[in-house]
Design a protein around this ligand. Sequence first.
Ligand SMILES: *[C@@H]1O[C@H](CO)[C@@H](O)[C@H](O)[C@H]1NC(C)=O
Ligand SMILES: *[C@@H]1O[C@H](CO)[C@@H](O)[C@H](O)[C@H]1NC(C)=O
Length: 312
Amino acid sequence: MSSLMVMVLVIISLVIPAVRPSEDSWTLKCLSTVGIVDQKTVIKCNFINIQDIKIETVSLKRTTHKEPIFKYFKTYSGDPRFSLENSTSGPSLQISKTKFADEGEYQYRVVTNRGEKKVQLGITITANYKNLTSSTWPKDVTDGGPADLYCNATDGYPAGFIHWFDRSGTNWTMNSELTNVYKDTNGLKSVALSSKLTFRSINLELGPFRCIVLNSKYVQEEEMTLHLPSAYTESSVTSNTTHIVAGVMVIGSLIVGLLCALLIFRKKNVQHGRRPSGQPFLSYDDSGNNAEDDLESGYKLPLSADEIETKP
Ligand SMILES: *[C@@H]1O[C@H](CO)[C@@H](O)[C@H](O)[C@H]1NC(C)=O
Ligand SMILES: *[C@@H]1O[C@H](CO)[C@@H](O)[C@H](O)[C@H]1NC(C)=O
């Protein structure tokens, strides 16, 4: 342990240049940060214009407060959710489980072997939208009827957006109306979003619809597909049935026509084949297809003597 310390000290003394640059020639820079509630937030900070710098102490305090909320001096103290992201690589900070209460302006003080710096940093907190639900009014939407499509999401922050697309990807957002309901329960800020897409007369073939929840920075967070009754059920059944009936009738009459033609053709053949045998024509008349026989009569001539006898 002690030998390691000695080694570290030797290395440090070797890398530290004999002539130190003045403290003002380097800076500490931190980026403004957007944290997400319940997630880890990293506040990126960098030393600019300097190498071979070693962090000795850091402390973070709200600009409005005197006492730091977090300190590092060999060990951490203060809010246990705060720490240096990686103390050997730089002064970046992290918050392990971000809270809304972490939002605000801070002063960050870093003491190094090359002097000390203070920097202002801002943290804003957002919360992702959850509980995406959809519904329709009326519950059973009918083709050509009025319809309101709803998409709701809760617990997000700040206020976001809901966009609508139909099956073909057409953007229907312009026809929708977004409602935001703000809530603040003991510093836990949230917004409930509800979007209503209204149709005076809906075409069910446009479905299914997709609603997309975007955060305040227009980044997509959630997506949901809202299925409508199929355009081939419900009210459209009747029009489809007529189509089917018409089709069946056309095909049916074609088949009947074909059968008639076949029958006539066969009868003609039978006549030719049977005329000498003297089979009575009556048997055909008994089949009940008189119309066909009338049609056929033109082709019957000449009749043999036998046939004339058997005809009533
Ligand atoms: C969405 O919100 C609207 C308005 O608050 C409400 O009428 C509708 O029933 C909600 N739908 C769902 C699925 O929560
Ligand atoms: C859809 O329309 C909305 C409102 O007009 C617009 O803000 C959004 O950018 C559009 N989205 C796409 C993907 O075109």
